[in-house]
Design a protein around this ligand. Structure first.
Ligand SMILES: NC(=O)c1ccc[n+]([C@@H]2O[C@H](COP(=O)([O-])OP(=O)(O)OC[C@H]3O[C@@H](n4cnc5c(N)ncnc54)[C@H](O)[C@@H]3O)[C@@H](O)[C@H]2O)c1
Ligand SMILES: C[C@@H](O)[C@H](N)C(=O)O
Ligand SMILES: [Zn+2]
Ligand SMILES: [Zn+2]
Length: 350
């Protein structure tokens, strides 16, 4: 095996990243080394690339980027008895402590000591990467690597869509970025109807339709609340799923939700938001969920089963595939311009 490998690294506290040659790492106790078969770009990677305020406060360059991954175990570190060479795995990216108050209540998804690959330590945008054995998820051998890598963000979408009943429920999804598109796929596979999507980008509205949205709305050209009321005969939607992080979308979605309906919020807002709590939430008796990460490990079982069921329409979500990392800057710039769904790298060119 090679001793050096290419990796996309955040080398400096500034915009961008570099493709560098680094040593192939050695797995320490409790870790495995994987050959990365597929790895996809998350919005968080874009924030790190752009070096926004959040990235500046959290990331300590130099560091290999990336956290969504599928790979084959090629070396097992000391003390690992749950994995062996040849296993085909994906990874839960949250490394949880198992000791804090939340963990001891089985709320690992809100562990207060969470560390994340590619955020708090070297990540997976490389030919080989280290994964702690406790974070590995074994995949069926016939799952395509690009789907296997998508399981992590799919977990975010599954927790958002399935935070309450969805089958046969009218559903509004705001934001059809990569996460919202996965949300549409999960909602459709789970029997939601009609699925109404509000998204300003024409490119992404088209993708939303391909994934299965029943109606798409441009919120910059028509009033989404009126459009939802027209589609639902004045009732409003039973389920509102927020995937945009846009304050206006939150307000419109709450207004478009039927009294007694369910609201699940995944999108992260760029600043504090002001909402008319009395009229839009309390007097409407809405059920509101904040969504973060994935439930360990229930969500992974659901995600894996949904993919294996063949009912998730994922192909239109994956808009860009790259062999190797040579064109990584193009990939990030396209994603930044909103001209992509999910972008997947296959690090090994052969
Ligand atoms: N809570 C979590 O654990 C978690 C995990 C991953 C991502 N996120 C967040 O989820 C959100 C979605 O992630 P993504 O990668 O798809 O982001 P993204 O920025 O690519 O997608 C957001 C989409 O919302 C659209 N949008 C903008 N204004 C809108 C409006 N007024 N109404 C409707 N749509 C609007 C944009 O055009 C874009 O397509 C982000 O805010 C991200 O930070 C949260
Ligand atoms: C870090 C973030 O991007 C990751 N996808 C999560 O679920 O938490
Ligand atoms: Zn992510
Ligand atoms: Zn913990």
């Amino acid at each position: 095996m090679a001793e050096k490998m290419p990796a996309i690294m955040k080398t400096k506290p500034a915009y961008g990243a570099e493709l560098v040659e680094v040593d192939v790492p050695k797995p320490g106790p409790g870790e495995v080394l994987i050959k990365v078969l597929a790895t996809s770009i998350c919005g968080t990677d874009l924030h790190i690339y752009e070096w926004n305020e959040w990235a500046q406060s959290r990331i300590k360059p130099p560091q290999i980027m990336g956290h969504e991954v599928a790979g084959e175990v090629i070396e097992v570190g000391p003390g690992v008895d749950t994995l062996e060479v040849g296993d085909y795995i994906s990874a839960e990216t949250h490394i949880v402590c198992g000791k804090c108050y939340a963990c001891r209540h089985n709320r690992y998804h809100v562990c207060q000591n969470t560390k994340i690959f590619g955020v708090d330590m070297d990540g997976v945008f490389a030919e080989y990467a280290i994964v702690p054995a406790q974070n590995a998820w074994k995949n069926p051998k016939d799952m395509p690597p690009e789907y296997a890598a998508l399981q992590e963000p799919l977990g975010n979408a599954v927790d958002t869509v399935l935070a309450g009943p969805i089958a046969g429920r009218s559903t509004l999804i705001t934001g059809a970025g990569p996460l919202g598109l996965l949300g549409i796929a999960v909602a459709k596979a789970s029997g939601a109807y009609p699925v109404i999507v509000s998204e300003p980008s024409e490119f992404r509205r088209e993708l939303a339709k391909k994934v299965g949205a029943d109606y798409v709305i441009n919120p910059f050209e028509e009033d989404p609340v009126k459009a939802v009321m027209d589609i639902t005969d004045g009732a409003g939607v039973e389920v509102f799923l927020e995937f945009s992080g846009a304050p206006k979308a939150l307000e419109q979605g709450l207004a478009a939700t039927t009294p007694g309906g369910r609201v699940s919020l995944l999108g992260l807002f760029p600043r504090d938001v002001t909402v008319d709590f009395n009229n839009l939430i309390i007097f409407k008796a809405l059920e509101v969920h904040g969504i973060t990460g994935r439930h360990l490990w229930e969500t992974w079982y659901t995600v894996s089963s949904l993919i294996q069921s063949g009912r998730l329409n994922l192909d239109p979500v994956i808009t860009h595939k790259y062999k190797g990392f040579d064109d990584f800057e193009e990939a990030f710039e396209l994603m930044k311009a909103g001209k992509t769904g999910k972008v997947v790298f296959f690090p090994h060119k052969g």
